[in-house]
Design a protein around this ligand. Sequence first.
Ligand code: CMP
Length: 139
Amino acid sequence: MATNRTFTMIKPDATAAGNAGKILDIILENGYKVVALKYIHLSTAQAGAFYEIHKERPFYNDLVSFMTSGPIYAAILEKENAVADFRTLIGATNPAEAAPGTIRNLFAKSIDANAVHGSDSDENAMIEGAFFFNRFERF
Ligand code: CMP
């Protein structure tokens, strides 16, 4: 069952570049409601656990290292068809392939420093949102 919620992170590259406000603005302009929000610097253990699903991938260590290089914004977003629409809004994982006008096309530098995360399924949106927010922090 679609939950109409997705999970996002504004990653360390976009946060350090001062683009978090602009990215949040685009998200809001596209009809998403922020139902949870946190500004946090992940520890290696936390990032490692969040990306456990990629543990066997060759880019896992670089990914954990990058995601702990500075603070991020984590958020749960609500809108009809949130997961699929948000992935369209952010564009392809590799910014070189991201469609013009997408968040990654506008703000991402590389496949690692790709500005934002967006859940790839309703199930993962729930798992990822619950990783960052307890039930008193989601509205
Ligand atoms: P995201 O989908 O947010 O979460 C996993 C991240 O791994 C992905 O963004 C990329 O930033 C990063 N990554 C690095 N190399 C690759 C790759 N070859 N394929 C997919 N993701 C990659």
